[in-house]
Design a protein around this ligand. Structure first.
Ligand code: UT7
Length: 310
């Protein structure tokens, strides 16, 4: 047996903020946002909905989808940079609301690469037979740390959550290989003081280089070639960065997962949200090889080669 994904779920706030809405808020326009980022609209949570509320919805669906009960979960890992408050963690809040009585719980701070860090951490516990089921949630309410007067960042981000239950799957399926990394010297390019601050061009260059390298590295570690890849699910930050990753793997357009146009950049939530959408659309089938790859503030990065199916 190896470790893989046995259940998935996602949650998105209902309220849509379009590029045209943003035109009325800052000095920007739909054409610039679409051509430079690929984003057309994003979801924004209302004032009464916090990070844990969005995360809870996604987690509940993932547990149902895994066909287990919350009481079966051994560990909850929540990847987020927008917790409701510094402590208690979002993971502990979910533990209570889900009724996951025996689960240990902690948040992971690795920005947009957080879900990759969560999945890889979960794998260690399951591989070693320490835990049977680990719930990993990527969730953000970035709207609460976005400066709505700064056009450089206000157009990019959105709120949402994606979740996965990890457990044992058939040998040969599941996580085949992974890579995690960090470079604290680049921390100054993407950080939060009161709001998100970003040197877009520097992050862009880093992202293109790192996503390409990490994707190739996990394929090599898994003994796979680029031709073996059925689907690429990159962090949904900017369509131009995602396209560069697709081209680096020589993949046709239909093998690139794209949700950035609908949801913008949802940080730790973007990869699991996209995974859920592709699976629900029937585009990912059992035994397909998927490369998941993310990068973010820290700077951090992470990639996983995954063979889909239980
Ligand atoms: O999850 C990780 C988070 N971050 C990222 O992934 C971000 C990575 N970086 C990017 O996606 C891109 O760098 C951006 C989308 C942020 C910016 O695109 P760019 O092609 O690198 O544009 P730029 O920063 O070089 O700016 C080009 C021009 C500038 O005007 P000037 O100086 O050439 O006159 C900006 O002031 O576009 C201007 N600009 C805007 N114009 C209209 C910047 N933001 C906007 C805007 N609307 N929202």
């Amino acid at each position: 047996m190896s470790t893989g994904v046995i259940g998935i779920g996602r949650a998105l706030p209902e309220k849509i903020l379009t590029n045209f809405d943003l035109e009325k808020m800052v000095d920007t326009n739909d054409e610039w946002i679409r051509t430079r980022t690929g984003i057309e609209e994003r979801r924004i949570a209302d004032d009464n909905t916090n990070t844990s509320d969005i995360g809870y919805e996604a987690a509940k669906k993932a547990i149902e989808n895994a066909n287990i009960s919350a009481e079966d979960i051994d560990l909850i890992l929540v990847a987020t940079v927008t917790p409701d408050q510094p402590f208690p963690s979002v993971a502990c809040m979910l533990q209570e609301r889900l009724g996951a009585k025996k689960a240990a719980a902690l948040d992971i701070s690795a920005a947009c690469a957080g879900f990759m860090y969560g999945m890889v951490t979960a794998k260690q516990f399951i591989d070693n037979n320490v835990y049977k089921y680990v719930l990993v949630v990527g969730v953000e309410k970035l709207s609460k740390i976005t400066n709505w007067e700064d056009r450089n960042t206000a157009v990019l981000f959105g709120d949402g959550a994606g979740a996965a239950v990890l457990g044992k799957v058939t040998e040969g399926r599941g996580i085949l290989s992974f890579e995690l990394g960090a470079d604290g010297t680049g921390g100054k390019h993407l950080y939060q003081d009161d709001f998100i601050q970003m040197n877009g061009r520097e992050v862009f260059k880093f992202a293109v280089r790192q996503m390409g390298e990490s994707s190739e590295n996990v394929l090599e570690k898994a003994g796979l070639s680029k031709e073996d890849v059925d689907f690429l699910i990159p962090h949904q930050a900017n369509i131009r960065i995602m396209e560069a990753s697709r081209q680096r793997l020589n993949l046709p357009e239909e093998k690139l997962s794209k949700t950035v146009h609908k949801y913008g950049n949802t940080s730790a939530a973007s990869i699991p949200i996209s995974l859920v959408e592709e699976v629900e659309a029937g585009k990912i089938k059992d035994d397909d090889v998927i490369v998941l790859v993310g990068f973010g503030g820290g700077l951090t990065w992470g990639a996983i080669a995954l063979r889909w199916g239980k």
